[in-house]
Write a protein that binds this ligand. Structure first.
Ligand code: UD1
Length: 365
């Protein structure tokens, strides 16, 4: 059996790796490495426990730091792991510093690199995620691509021969796990959310699901207040899953926002459940606005770039703070408009088939 070293470090990567592992383990010996980029229980362990996920053999424990230091520390520690394990390929996901660090080390050690969720371009090169994606794709031997738009970007950079459109891996996971929770009782799900700073639990029936973590939206208390002022003025209340990046700021101000229920980061199953039942999702997450679209829930996204496929027929509005209120109050969604750009929810099987073919081809060369 070929050995695959999977590198994960941030919350969405655990979810993606989990669903692919289920297919991978039929044909490969997979070793999981956690870089430690996310380390709080709510950002890391909870996903492994809830999804009964394969446990990492290594945790590099790098934690938070400047981008250069975090990336460098992952590289240094990972080099030793790769030397010890001698894998046939490494598998990386998405666009975090853990993704780039994994790809760089493997490239320097001449280990084939497989990149899941490649090809995406926002053309905002000042964003760390865009830098990470471009570099990782160009070092990769197989690039697994979610949509035909992403393939066009990959082709324009000369990556065609290594690129495969497989659909979106989050769709596989979303279909499987949403079915497990969607019929749960609303009030008991609500009572399981953990209030932040003993925030008072609201009597919530209809709600917006709200998240915020991008540096460009959270790097000053004034920006955070401006966004929360808007959310707090809406008729419908919001459930706000607070990223640890801003929890100290929130501590100072949360009492001023009576329409917002501040809670600790939701687990994956809670996210699926409360996304599926939301009136609308308001987020700056690259993953959550795509999940909103896959669920068929309208979304407003405070993000430059992002999945442009989600923006047709009113399903998703990409906005800046100035247009946030207007977009949330806009109910122009065309409910019967098809949402097919992300494939059929069978990406994991396609990825594994392409990996098997890759090793077959390398044997023949
Ligand atoms: C990272 C990814 C981003 C992805 C997101 C998913 C990069 C450059 N960014 O963003 O693309 O969308 O993960 O969630 O890799 N922190 C904690 N506890 C944790 C993790 C983070 O307190 O467990 C705090 C620290 O103050 C840290 C800050 O959050 O400095 C930012 O964490 P970091 O991993 O650098 O980036 P994210 O914003 O989580």
């Amino acid at each position: 059996m070929k050995k695959i070293l999977t590198i994960v470090g941030a919350r969405p990567q655990f979810i993606k790796a989990n669903i692919l592992s289920i297919q991978l383990e039929k044909y490969f010996n997979e070793i999981l490495v956690h870089t430690g980029q996310h380390y709080d229980n709510d950002m890391s362990d909870i996903f492994f426990d809830e999804l009964k996920m394969k446990k990492p053999k290594y945790n590099l424990g790098v934690g938070s730091n400047s981008h250069a230091k975090q990336t460098a520390e992952i590289m240094i520690k990972l080099e030793g792991v790769i030397e010890d394990e001698d894998p046939d390929a490494i598998l990386v996901y998405g666009d975090t510093n853990s993704t780039l660090a994994g790809a760089l080390v493997a490239a320097k050690m001449n280990i084939p690199i497989f990149h899941v969720e490649g090809g995406i371009r926002t053309h905002c090169k000042d964003m760390p995620e865009e830098q990470n994606r471009i570099l990782t794709d160009h070092l990769s031997d197989l690039i697994f691509i979610s949509t035909s738009n992403n393939l066009e970007d990959a082709i324009s950079e000369g990556l065609q021969s290594r690129s495969y459109v497989v659909g979106d891996i989050m769709y596989d996971s979303l279909k499987y796990y949403t079915a497990l929770v969607e019929n749960n009782d609303f009030l008991s799900m609500l009572s399981e959310l953990k209030p932040l700073y003993n925030a008072e639990r609201k009597d919530i029936k209809e709600y917006y699901l709200f998240t915020l973590h991008r540096p460009e939206n959270t790097d000053s208390i004034d920006k955070i207040k401006k966004i929360l002022d808007i959310i707090n003025q809406l008729v419908t209340p919001a459930i706000f899953s607070v990223h640890p990046r801003i929890k100290n700021i929130i501590k100072e101000i949360y009492k001023n926002y009576k329409k917002i229920y501040f809670v600790q980061p939701l687990s994956y199953l809670q996210t699926l459940y409360f996304s599926k039942k939301a009136k609308k999702i308001v987020t700056d997450s690259g993953g959550l606005h795509k999940e909103a679209y896959l669920h068929g829930i309208p979304c407003v996204t405070l993000l430059r770039g992002g999945w442009s496929e989600t923006a047709h027929d009113g399903w998703n509005h990409f906005v800046n703070i100035e247009h946030l209120k207007e977009a949330i109050n806009n109910n122009d969604v065309k409910w019967d408009s098809p949402r097919e750009e992300f494939g059929d929810g069978n990406a994991t099987k396609k990825i594994v088939d392409i990996m098997l073919e890759y090793f077959q081809r390398s044997k023949e060369c």
